[in-house]
Design a protein around this ligand. Structure first.
Ligand SMILES: NC(=O)c1ccc[n+]([C@@H]2O[C@H](COP(=O)([O-])OP(=O)(O)OC[C@H]3O[C@@H](n4cnc5c(N)ncnc54)[C@H](O)[C@@H]3O)[C@@H](O)[C@H]2O)c1
Length: 380
């Protein structure tokens, strides 16, 4: 089956997607579809025309309306700033296109709810780019927790720490404006950890959150200082179903300590996922604190793990964690499109909406000096 692919935006993450998709034929990944780079929507079509051609796009268009009106286009991959996701999803869904959308799903839960309603009404395959699910280490942790390898999980600690925003010369962008991003480090990075906690451990019931903005002003493209109105650091305490408790930290300022990791503690042992260093497997410990290598039978019967290890590029053909994990997530979505049904454990837009509700409860808590706020899945 040939899937005609349309891309909205040609910024950093769109290029990450393209690095994976364009090299797919070289990666020995067993998929039963091919991808045709049909069209790119860019706000700067003339500036991007050479890049688009050299990537292999057949067409470049200058509006989202033109992209979604291409009759034989099957899927739209939305890689634009967060405030555009909702409107672009509505256009794509109404045109019957399957949609892959970057995270966070949108700026707020009114928008994410609208998006869920529209994709369900239009009956299109939908997936949000919660890419942290899509590597063998997380898939293995998922299977291990389900099979009781570490007993009953009771606590966790997650960290997604970046560092480049401490530099004062870093310019003002849409990411630092709340009306365009929906939030700062927490919305941008913390949302991945919120999804991982929900995926690995279950629904989040309540949250306490503290945030801070350390670099308060940035120069815009005219060299004029503008106020930053989003957080660049956030720390959350979460209460999760089954009496599991834990913390997550998201930062853009963690100089010297960039990290992407999670510890999960159970009453029979623990596991440690360190995605920057080993996306292939977690490390397991028993109740004595000894490192263990559990019998791999817990993986052999896990359909999610088995599919992920087939799709994830092997270490000799790796293009780095970012490209590998984004590619695997995209291939998961395209497999759903090819199969004509959304695969189990897909982070659908419904999941994106639920993560958004946790995010909003966290920001509410932060505005109340960190008091616990309940997350209500029936809102808004
Ligand atoms: N899943 C992940 O790990 C991950 C990582 C990075 C970014 N993202 C997400 O991907 C999306 C895009 O992020 P990015 O890093 O590629 O951003 P970027 O600023 O590098 O690129 C944004 C793209 O959107 C275009 N655009 C269209 N209208 C625009 C407007 N009004 N203002 C600004 N740009 C406009 C830009 O021209 C550019 O091509 C965001 O939703 C972001 O959160 C996800």
């Amino acid at each position: 089956m040939k899937i005609n692919y349309g891309l909205a935006g040609l910024g950093t993450i769109a290029k990450t997607h393209l690095l994976g998709l364009r090299n797919l034929p070289l990666l020995n990944v067993p998929v039963d579809f091919s991808i045709n780079l049909k069209a790119l929507y860019s706000t700067h079509p003339m500036e991007n025309v050479e890049t688009a051609k050299s990537c292999g796009f057949a067409e470049i268009v200058d509006t989202m309306e033109k992209l979604v009106s291409l009759e034989d286009l099957d899927v739209v991959d939305i890689c634009t700033p967060n405030f555009l996701h909702c409107q672009q999803t509505l256009l794509a869904a109404q045109a019957g296109k399957h949609i892959y959308c970057e995270k966070p799903l949108a700026n707020n839960s009114e928008q994410t709810k609208l998006m869920v309603e529209e994709v369900q009404k239009s009956n299109v395959v939908n997936q949000v780019a919660f890419v942290m699910r899509f590597n063998p280490a997380v898939a293995s942790a998922h299977a291990a927790i389900k099979q009781g390898v570490i007993g009953r999980p009771y606590a966790f600690r997650g960290e997604l720490l970046h560092s480049s925003y401490l530099m004062p010369e870093k310019a003002m962008t849409w990411r630092l404006q709340k009306n365009k991003s929906g939030g700062g480090a927490l919305a941008d990075l913390g949302i991945h950890l919120i999804d991982l906690v929900r995926f690995l451990l279950g629904e989040i019931h309540s949250v306490s959150c503290l945030t801070d903005t350390i670099v308060k002003q940035r120069k815009n493209s005219e060299g004029i200082f503008q106020q930053v109105d989003v957080d660049d650091w956030a720390s959350l305490s979460l209460q999760v179903q089954g009496d599991v408790k834990g913390t997550i930290e998201a930062s853009r300022l963690a100089v010297g300590n960039d990290a992407n990791r999670m510890w999960i503690y159970g009453d029979k042992g623990s596991l440690f996922i360190d995605l920057d260093h080993n996306p292939y497997s977690p490390i397991f410990y028993d109740e004595k604190g000894q490192r263990i290598y559990p019998d791999s039978r817990f993986l052999a019967n896990d359909p999610f793990y088995k599919r992920i290890v087939k799709l994830y590029p092997n270490s000799k053909l790796s293009q780095g964690f970012m490209v590998d994990t984004h590619l695997t997530s995209l291939l998961w979505f395209l497999s759903s499109v090819a199969d004509g049904k959304i695969l189990d454990h897909t982070p659908t837009f419904e999941e994106g909406h639920r993560a958004q509700l946790v995010l909003e409860a966290a920001y509410q808590s932060s505005s109340q000096n960190g008091s616990f706020v309940a997350v209500n899945p029936n809102q808004p």
